[in-house]
Design a protein around this ligand. Structure first.
Ligand SMILES: [Zn+2]
Length: 125
């Protein structure tokens, strides 16, 4: 029995060349555009959300009470991604904490990292 292929965009039965994926160039273009929109927008948001969520989980596990010093390498081994954070807090001393939601960190000397909890006074910066 011959397998019937359908256009994934409109559902019409495909005829002619068996390597054709879409029934028309219009359907092909529509599917391509929808795909690209999704990839550049929603997919990007979803993947960054996942990184931020994982970063927060790692900080929380490394420092359940907040205020713990660890090593950058330890966080990296756990899968922490230093490129992504939700916001920053700059202290009067000029140190910049990077936050992933309610957990943040400060890079110290010698590849050390201080993990902190977000505090209400950090609202004003
Ligand atoms: Zn079609």
């Amino acid at each position: 029995m011959k397998q019937e292929n359908k256009c994934p965009q409109c559902g019409n039965t495909l005829s002619g060349r068996s390597d054709k994926r879409f029934c028309s160039s219009q359907c092909r273009a529509q599917a391509h555009n929808a795909n690209r929109r999704q990839n550049t927008g929603e997919q990007l948001i979803l993947s960054i959300n996942a990184i931020l969520r994982r970063n927060r989980t790692i900080l929380r596990q490394a420092s359940p009470q907040g205020k713990t010093t660890t090593n950058r390498q330890v966080l990296q081994m756990l899968g922490f991604d230093f490129r992504h954070f939700t916001h920053t807090y700059r202290t009067k001393q000029g140190n910049t904490y990077h936050f992933c939601y309610d957990y943040g960190y400060l890079l110290l000397e010698d590849e050390k990292v201080l993990i902190v909890n977000w505090q209400p006074y950090m609202e004003k910066s």
